[in-house]
Design a protein around this ligand. Structure first.
Ligand SMILES: [Mg+2]
Length: 291
């Protein structure tokens, strides 16, 4: 049924992780509290228009490469397929990836069409279409602070804003308008997303977990759009920064990484490694072999 890697004892752990501000960081999100002389080595994991665009720590990339050999690492992102395909971790080629906030499951880099059709029919039940939401968003936002307007894979939309000029109360009133029509709003840095409620990462995470036969799922994420799969996993972790931190969001099975900014990627991957080993030690090889 599956080509998912299994630990030495045959257990299958799946690691579902958000990317931006969880594992990878733009230069403005690095938040390095160290002096220049003691700063960690960083690795570029995304090139955009010929320039490095996102980074993670060297330690995190090495750990991920080891983890990907013994667990199923599933990048789980709101990025569109094209935005995701720019991200490359050294030594890691995920068989599965979740993009477009759960709207697409990529298998060996190709979208699963049956999954996409099931997503489209789930979101058809919303009271507002993407065209309705785009139209309302255009009417509510002005060019002097709404710098870019984007549609993600024909599923959702977002604006990139000048946070200094963003009018007071915009997010609250926009969240209310969307909420009354079956859509949700998420603020991630300078991006304000509007997403149909049935379009969720957790729906896709659970589908991939079933597909690979995972018996242990661990998760990481920093945004409100990650809270569903963080709660659905056996255990989760979030960085001490980001949208969930700003909301003061906590959950009994979700711990908070110690360090802020890109160093949270070190803490998160170290925690993944602990969880994978913990899952292994819960099921000693000789017990599994005897079953
Ligand atoms: Mg994020």
């Amino acid at each position: 049924m599956t080509s998912a890697p299994a630990g030495t004892n045959g257990r299958t752990t799946m690691i579902a992780s958000d990317l931006d501000r969880t594992l990878i960081y733009s230069p403005s999100a690095l938040q390095l509290a160290t002096t220049d002389e003691t700063s960690p080595n960083l690795v570029s994991v995304e090139i955009l228009e010929g320039r490095p665009h996102s980074f993670t720590s060297l330690t995190a990339t090495r750990r991920l490469a080891e983890l990907a050999r013994i667990a199923t690492f599933v990048p789980t992102t709101t990025r569109t397929m094209a935005q995701y395909q720019r991200v490359r971790f050294p030594g890691v080629t995920p068989k599965y990836a979740i993009t477009s906030n759960g709207g697409h499951i990529l298998v060996d880099g190709q979208p699963d069409e049956a999954w996409h059709r099931s997503t489209e029919s789930a979101i058809a039940a919303c009271d507002a279409t993407l065209a309705d939401v785009k139209h309302e968003l255009r009417a509510r936002s002005q060019e002097d602070w709404a710098i870019k307007r984007r549609v993600g894979d024909d599923l959702f939309c977002y604006i990139v804003v000048d946070l200094v000029r963003l009018p007071d109360g915009f997010i609250e009133s926009w969240t209310q308008w969307c909420g009354e029509r079956g859509w949700k709003v998420s603020v991630q840095g300078r991006k304000i997303y509007a997403i149909p409620k049935p379009l969720s990462k957790e729906r896709a995470v659970l589908a991939v977990a079933r597909r690979v036969g995972a018996d242990h799922v661990v998760a990481a994420g920093d945004g409100a759009l990650d809270s569903g799969f963080l709660m659905a996993a056996d255990a989760g972790i979030r960085p001490p920064h980001g949208e969930l931190a700003a909301l003061g969001w906590e959950h009994p099975t979700v711990r908070i990484a110690d360090r802020i900014g890109v160093l949270a990627a070190d803490d998160i991957t170290a925690w993944f490694a602990e969880q994978v080993q913990l899952a292994s030690s819960l099921f000693p090889a000789e017990v599994v072999a005897a079953q």
